[in-house]
Design a protein around this ligand. Structure first.
Ligand SMILES: [Zn+2]
Length: 499
């Protein structure tokens, strides 16, 4: 029997087997970030869920068309409950202290989009099929708003164009928020406009000839609402109906509810079959906030120290984020991160022992191969069962322990099977870098230029029996934040990870 890929569907409140509309071809949209600052680990927890859907579907042999957007206009601060003003997040960022480094708002958008992609690669997320930007799809958005007006689902006022919530009786079917709910709870993203027919109606287009990003439309100069951007970009690249739409749980309402209303009124068809949502991330049991000092961007943790980061292996950060199931609230702690730094180091020891999977993989042969094959199958089944990453990681750690336990006793058949296992596990979880992906290399590391001559001097001192000098050099290396390890094949070094 073919394997089933089950994902919890927020729309039906149950886990469902995914049946792509086109056989063995998944169409998939995941809401990307608003590029007004560096993406934080909570953002990336949601992007990693999307990456895992992509990887699991690919491991099943499906083709995947995967679109994840960049929101670079129209996302208002009012969507954040802690900030009641209705300013565009991009504009607000430009006016802030950090914003002074940018020549204009387009420069700011470019910078945070580029750094998003850098962090994306650091955490070993696969590239989407397409990464569309809201500002590059303005004609389609204007056309969609015109059509919604023609069909009687939208209307114009002096301040903008609004979607009429009462024109879509199914509004509320995703979030459970019904039309009876009051204004405070249901509408957070709209400018105050007394001419709205219903306070719950949300903006499709905002008229504003002073806005730093504005376009000409049938309603004058202005910019689109955040929700219409995603509807339009999803349908442009994936078609009127899509298999999975994903995002953080904070997007269920109003963002995804509004997307459904717009898209289904435009096409008369169901928009996405499955809606998958990632739960919130906390740090040390508290909401992540700059004020509490527990706010981590990906680069705070994993950029090299020379670039202001903590220099933690990004794959250890990724493994930490994988250690909690996406549908449970996740508590990110330094203790868990330290534990995963160790796990990642042990995984590297496996690679050092059996070789990198890019060097060629074998089959699951021999007794080691049989054990590893079973571990991979269990990990795959765990991922097919609503992305059960803790169970899949347990198989990764179990295999790591088994391989390191056998150590030098592994023959070439077993090593080749282990490389196959590494490649397969990486296909699911993304815990190994491949050469064709961007990564930090030792050659670019300024520390290496200091360390290598010291290691040579130490080796010379040891060869001459000058143990005092050798110990002095070891102390110098420790002072540089370097750990060394002597073995019969010589001395290796690594940067001591400071958490
Ligand atoms: Zn979106």
């Amino acid at each position: 029997m073919p394997k089933e890929f089950r994902i919890y569907n927020t729309l039906s409140n149950q886990a469902e087997a995914i049946v792509p509309l086109q056989k063995d071809h998944l169409t998939f949209y995941s809401c990307g970030p608003t590029v007004y600052s560096y993406a934080h680990i909570g953002n990336f927890r949601s992007f990693i869920t999307a990456d895992l859907i992509l990887r699991t579907a690919t491991a099943l042999g499906w083709d995947v068309t995967y679109a994840t957007n960049v929101t670079d206009v129209g996302h208002l601060t009012e969507d954040d409950l802690t900030d009641p003003s209705g300013e565009d997040r991009m504009v607000k960022a430009l006016k802030s202290k950090e914003g002074e480094q940018f020549v204009n708002i387009w420069d700011l958008a470019r910078h945070y989009t580029e750094t998003l992609v850098e962090d994306w690669h650091r955490l070993n997320l696969r590239e989407p099929t397409v990464r569309p930007r809201a500002t590059e799809h303005m004609r389609e958005q204007i056309a969609a708003v015109e059509q919604l007006i023609e069909k009687g689902h939208a209307y114009e006022t002096e301040k903008g164009v609004y979607f009429s919530v009462t024109s879509f009786p199914e509004y509320g079917k995703l979030s459970g928020n019904t039309l009876e709910m009051d204004l405070e709870q249901t509408v957070r993203d709209v400018v105050v406009d007394d001419d709205k027919r219903d306070p719950r109606d949300f903006a499709l287009w905002k008229k504003d000839d002073k806005h730093l990003m504005q376009w000409h439309s049938p309603w004058g100069w202005g910019f689109p609402g955040w929700h219409i951007e995603c509807s339009v970009m999803a349908m442009s690249y994936l078609g009127d109906r899509i298999d999975i739409h994903a995002g953080g749980e904070d997007l269920i309402f109003p963002h995804h509810e509004c997307e459904i209303a717009q898209s289904e009124c435009l096409t008369g068809q169901p928009f996405a079959t499955v809606w998958a949502h990632t739960r919130f991330l906390q740090v040390e049991g508290e909401k992540m906030s700059k004020r509490l000092g527990n706010f981590f961007t990906v680069r705070d943790l994993s950029a090299p120290e020379a670039e202001g980061g903590k220099g933690i292996d990004p794959l250890a950060v990724r493994m930490t984020l994988l250690s909690g199931h996406y549908r449970k609230p996740f508590n990110f702690t330094i203790k868990t991160l330290k534990g995963n730094v160790k796990h990642r180091e042990r995984l590297q020891e496996v690679i050092d022992l059996v070789g990198h999977p890019s060097e060629g993989v074998g089959e699951y042969e021999g007794d080691v191969g049989a054990i590893l094959s079973g571990m991979y199958e269990r990990a795959f089944d765990a991922m097919l069962d609503d992305l059960n990453t803790p169970a899949a990681l347990a198989q990764l750690f179990g295999g790591t322990k088994m391989i390191l336990g056998r150590g030098a006793g592994l023959d070439e058949t077993a090593r080749a099977a282990a490389r196959r296992w590494l490649a397969d596990m990486n296909g699911l979880l993304g815990v190994v870098y491949y050469d064709d992906q961007p990564q930090e290399t030792e050659e670019e590391d300024p520390l290496a230029a200091q360390v290598e001559p010291l290691l040579e001097a130490r080796a010379a001192a040891r060869a001459a029996g000058d143990w005092g000098r050798a110990d002095e050099i070891r102390d110098e290396l420790t002072a540089l934040g370097v750990e060394i390890k002597d073995s019969k094949d010589g001395t290796t070094w690594k940067r001591k990870q400071q958490i």
